[in-house]
Design a protein around this ligand. Structure first.
Ligand SMILES: [Fe+2]
Length: 239
């Protein structure tokens, strides 16, 4: 089964699909790629919007899209891509931002060096245990921060997601391979935004991983994905 845990397919809510037509096109591409399930993860920036307002917007965007969904489209689960901010630490509304029917929160790191303050902030969210943390597209932060700092973050009780597209480019592919080898990657996503950027094929990304590591790792990702959707604990998933 193919799970896409990170996407911006909902119409007109963030810098992803701008209208229903574009959402449908993105979903057509996903269907052609054999994606079974996609988590819609519109950006949430706590400095721009209140949580309840964001959720209202997100749910309304989904309702607008719903009549246009086709039987062959992947099943859609609602979630969010939540940019880390210190104000989220200890925030009792954080569970509202998790992936539907789970306690998993897709957390995006600021695009800056991962300093101790940020890492301790994520640690506090993890230890608070209101939510279970998945770090979004972990390979991307290596443009801003050292591998050592990223490891420090990923050594917390968090899961890691990588973008399929990063496997298609030489420089970022190397980083993805290293992160997979070191056990920091658990699930994948497309992070699809706009149709004009081209479809970041999950299938192609998986083929590249299969060629390098064999099929076992992809089976492990699939198992992880199923466990996330069933809201297993971090320990059950990585154990
Ligand atoms: Fe994203």
């Amino acid at each position: 089964m193919k799970f896409d845990f990170h996407s911006h397919i909902l119409p007109g809510i963030d810098d992803g699909a701008k209208d229903i037509e574009e959402s449908v096109k993105l979903l057509d591409d996903m269907a052609a790629d054999g994606v079974d399930l996609v988590v819609a993860t519109p950006h949430f920036y706590c400095m721009n919007m209140r949580i309840d307002r964001y959720l209202r917007h997100r749910n309304a965007a989904y309702e607008k899209l719903r009549p246009y969904l086709k039987p062959e489209h992947p099943r859609i689960i609602l979630g969010g891509e939540i940019l880390f901010d210190h104000s989220l630490v200890g925030n009792d509304k954080l569970p509202y931002l998790t992936m539907q029917n789970t306690d998993f929160l897709l957390l995006e790191m600021p695009y800056a060096k991962l300093d101790d303050q940020i890492i301790r902030g994520v640690e506090a969210i993890v230890e608070d245990r209101q939510v279970k943390v998945i770090i979004a597209h972990i390979e991307r932060y290596l443009a801003f921060t050292s591998y050592k700092s990223l490891c420090e973050l990923m050594n917390l009780d968090v899961l890691g997601q990588i973008n399929a597209e990063s496997l298609a480019h030489f420089g970022t592919r190397r980083n993805c391979f290293k992160l997979i080898e070191d056990g920091y990657v658990h699930i994948m996503g497309t992070d699809m935004h706009r149709i004009e950027r081209g479809y970041a094929s999950l299938g192609k990304g998986m083929d590249i991983i299969r060629k390098k590591f064999g099929n076992d790792i992809l089976e492990e990702f699939e198992r992880n994905g199923k466990m996330v959707l069933k809201n297993y604990s971090y320990e059950q998933i990585v154990g």
